[in-house]
Design a protein around this ligand. Structure first.
Ligand SMILES: C[S@@+](CC[C@H](N)C(=O)[O-])C[C@H]1O[C@@H](n2cnc3c(N)ncnc32)[C@H](O)[C@@H]1O
Length: 445
């Protein structure tokens, strides 16, 4: 494994283990099955791949490192208590999982965060315990956290505390996954690819069409043979078409070359696929693709001025194909963004939507509504992501029509019990740029 080397200052001093002469934070490292949530997220979202190096800063007993290494990933780790002699090295992905919450001195906490960041080439993942993780264990208040019955220190990060701590300490705007979990990107393309991620847009359509091979066969029998012989290549080309609204070139996907070796062009396969999907569904898919691109560019304005080079080559090509130029796409995205700041526009869009649940004050929608909402409301919800993080687990969104607020609602077993038991509410006020996290049933939604 070739990791870069970096000198990251003085070794960790014993000051942070003040609670016990026997380094109490060492006892916080538990052995567990499977990957930590932080690592799982990196894997699920395609950030952690076998092509990238991974370094676990404060790795504890090293379960994540061992699991990843066994699967062929380039992984290493260091821990002041469990692996004090390991080298601390630069990597594409640095993980700082459940470390900051065991350090009782805020200065040391900031130092650990900066040290981990100094090793980061692509993205730093920081996960801590949040207020929702508090257990019934007997605890005594200590500094800005608690001393547990086992003599260890635990801090539970509140509301937007982790997000503002990371932003302030590193001077970089982090991307929240949730209030206790953030990502800090050094590589702009990686960040854009992460923000642009959608779980296989339209892959349902693809699957539907492939479930009807006879329809494809009507168009060109040959495709079925290729698909049967090369299901992965066929699915990859189809997925590209449905994600970007464009036929992939060889630069986009190596599967195009596989097709070529059969004497078939990806274009022919794609037009057969569109024929099986049907013109109306295809136009709806194109609309979703364009809206998604405008949404991504619009949200980039909150971090920096969007540049074409922030996007990978396939996305850049798709933006040019759908909007004529990157600049036009930026202008259109700004137009939409201006609408989000106008309460009358939000009210009008809420009232015109025709789905969800509308009352005097707000429109309530679920995940299913999200892609169908007018773009201005999609953007309104996406703004919540800048404050809260990933929105995939939210059960309902309350879009306040006039007050510039968004409430995220989480229920116990929403799928079967509906809105019977509210578990958590997160209220975001876009005007004051504040976020509050409430347990179920407290305060007004
Ligand atoms: C709760 S454990 C987490 C271990 C591992 N990251 C995981 O997710 O399983 C916290 C770890 O932070 C380590 N630690 C404490 N202070 C640290 C510091 N200043 N820098 C890096 N790691 C630290 C402790 O030794 C302990 O192993």
């Amino acid at each position: 494994m070739v990791f870069g080397k970096a000198h990251i200052g003085a070794p960790v001093t014993p000051r942070q283990y003040i609670l016990s002469p026997m380094h109490s934070s060492a006892r916080t490292a538990i052995s567990r099955d499977g990957f930590s949530r932080s690592v799982r997220h990196l894997l699920d979202r395609g950030l952690l791949t076998r092509e990238r190096t991974f370094f676990d800063y404060g790795c504890g007993r090293g379960d994540d490192v061992a699991g990843l290494t066994a699967l062929g990933f380039h992984a290493a780790g260091w821990d002041p208590n469990h692996r004090p002699h390991a080298e601390r090295c630069e990597a594409d992905i640095i993980n700082l999982g459940y470390v900051l919450n065991v350090i009782d001195d805020p200065t040391e906490r900031a130092r650990a965060l900066r040290a981990a960041w100094s090793l980061t080439r692509g993205v730093l993942a920081v996960r801590v315990l949040g207020t929702a993780d508090r257990t019934a264990e007997t605890v005594t208040p200590w500094r800005d956290g608690f001393r547990t019955g086992r003599g260890t220190f635990q801090k539970y990060f509140d509301d937007d505390e982790l997000i503002s701590f990371v932003d302030r300490t590193l001077g970089v705007q982090c991307v929240p996954v949730d209030p206790a979990h953030v990502l800090v990107f050094r590589d702009a393309q990686l960040e854009q690819a992460y923000l642009d991620y959608e779980p296989d847009t339209g892959s349902d359509l693809l699957l539907q069409s492939l479930e009807h091979p006879e329809r494809v066969a009507k168009r060109r029998v040959e495709f079925e043979r290729i698909r049967a012989e090369n299901p992965d290549a066929a699915a990859a080309v189809g997925r590209h078409l449905l994600r970007y609204g464009l036929v992939p070139t060889e630069a986009d996907s190596p599967d195009v070359a596989t097709f070529a070796s059969y004497g078939i062009r990806a274009r022919e396969f794609c037009s057969a696929l569109i024929a099986t999907i049907g013109e109306q569904a295809w136009q709806a898919q194109l609309e979703r693709i364009r809206n998604r691109m405008l949404k991504t560019i619009a949200l980039a304005h909150f971090r920096h001025r969007p540049k074409a080079s922030d996007f990978d080559a396939s996305t850049q090509r798709a933006i040019r194909a759908h909007f004529g130029s990157f600049r036009t796409a930026v202008e259109l995205s700004l137009q939409e963004l201006r609408l989000v700041g106008q309460p009358d526009q939000i009210e009008r869009a809420c009232e015109g939507y025709g789905g969800g649940l509308l009352d005097e004050q707000a429109l309530y929608v679920t995940q299913e509504d999200r892609p169908r909402l007018p773009l201005v409301l999609q953007l309104y919800i996406e703004l919540g992501r800048l404050f809260y993080g990933e929105l995939d687990d939210v059960d309902r969104f309350k879009i306040h029509k006039q007050s510039g607020k968004l409430t995220l609602l989480f229920y116990e077993d929403f799928e079967t019990k509906g809105t019977e038991r509210l578990q958590q509410r997160v209220k975001i006020d876009f005007r004051s740029r504040r976020m509050w996290v409430f347990g179920g049933g407290t305060g007004a939604a």
